[in-house]
Design a protein around this ligand. Structure first.
Ligand code: HSE
Length: 306
């Protein structure tokens, strides 16, 4: 095999209570990536429908991942990477993570499939570092493992795949403005109040317990961020109005990753459709354009198309 085409999904990181450690994979939107071995060394990158992403491999997320893997494998050829970008950069649903994870997954398949999923996350983190200035794995892990994941530790990297509940639906409310993860990280105060930290890790533990016990009431109580979201809210247009208008029908809402998208989690399709309609009523009246997405949880992660 010298060429592979894959569908690489978007993801929601943080899920309010798990900044930099919790995430889940979405069924849509997905990028389509084709990676091909080329006889000459180096990495060529082509992005079909998005002009804002640098295609010089030295500045590109895919380039960073590919170079790290080429070095490790002592690979004497190079790769051509083509992306049909459906996950908008700077939207908060893991656009750079999809490119990084897809590159690691595809190169592994093309070079003998010797790496574990954990290894793939490690290589993909080189891409996240270029995109956000920090090596975090909370978007990458669900894309590579599927479903919900917990990044228990970065050094050494330890990822725990969590149960995924079929009844969960997710609405993504994406204002069409770009918010760079780097910028949304810069505004965060590095010092944490102990009382708030206690509340936050109580919520994170509770959220994980709710996945194992299918306890939706508990889940609903735990989708809360008392540390990071309060500092980032000013970056998210119409956040309060949107979240409050649907709180009756959701298990919870929060900033998706670093924003500007908002995620809302619902139990059951009926609730999710109500939420979508309610949010559309609000966003239709705003001067900013919004893209609304309704998705299931993707338990598989990256899928091979060809
Ligand atoms: N955990 C990261 C953040 C996700 O909130 O900055 C963004 O990629």
């Amino acid at each position: 095999m010298n060429k592979i085409t894959i569908s690489v999904p978007s993801s929601v990181a943080n899920v309010s209570c798990g900044f930099d450690v919790l995430g889940f994979c979405l069924e849509k939107p997905c990028d389509e990536m084709t990676v091909e071995i080329k006889k000459k060394q180096g990495v060529d990158i082509q992005i079909i429908n998005e002009k804002s992403i640098p295609t010089n491999p030295k500045d590109n997320v895919c380039g960073a991942v590919a170079f790290a893997m080429i070095k490790k494998l002592n690979f004497k050829y190079g790769f051509k990477i083509k992306i049909i970008k459906n996950i908008k950069p700077g939207s908060g649903i893991g656009s750079s993570a999809a490119s990084a994870a897809g590159t690691a997954f595809a190169i592994n398949k093309l070079t003998g499939n010797i790496f574990s999923k954990l290894d793939l996350v490690k290589y993909a983190m080189y891409g996240e570092e270029i995109a956000s200035g920090a090596k975090h794995a909370d978007n990458l892990s669900p894309v590579i493992f599927g479903g919900f994941t917990l990044v228990r530790s970065l050094k050494p990297l330890d990822i725990i795949p969590l149960p995924s509940l079929k009844e969960l639906y997710v609405i993504i409310t994406h204002p069409l403005i770009e918010l760079k993860t780097k910028d949304a990280r810069l505004i965060i105060d590095k010092k944490i109040n102990l009382e708030k930290a206690i509340q936050q890790w109580g919520n994170l533990a509770g959220f994980i317990a709710s996945l194992y016990t299918k306890n939706y009431e508990l889940m609903s109580k735990t989708i809360e961020d008392v540390i990071i979201e309060p500092q980032r809210l000013k970056l998210i247009p119409n956040y309060r109005e949107i979240v409050d208008s649907v709180s009756k029908y959701t298990l919870g809402s929060g900033i998706s990753g670093a924003g500007p998208s908002i995620f809302s989690i619902c139990k059951g399709e009926h609730n999710s459709e109500l939420v979508l309609d309610k949010i559309r009523e609000i966003t239709d009246k705003k001067s900013i354009e919004y893209n609304l997405i309704l998705s299931n949880i993707n338990t598989e992660g990256i899928k091979i198309i060809n």
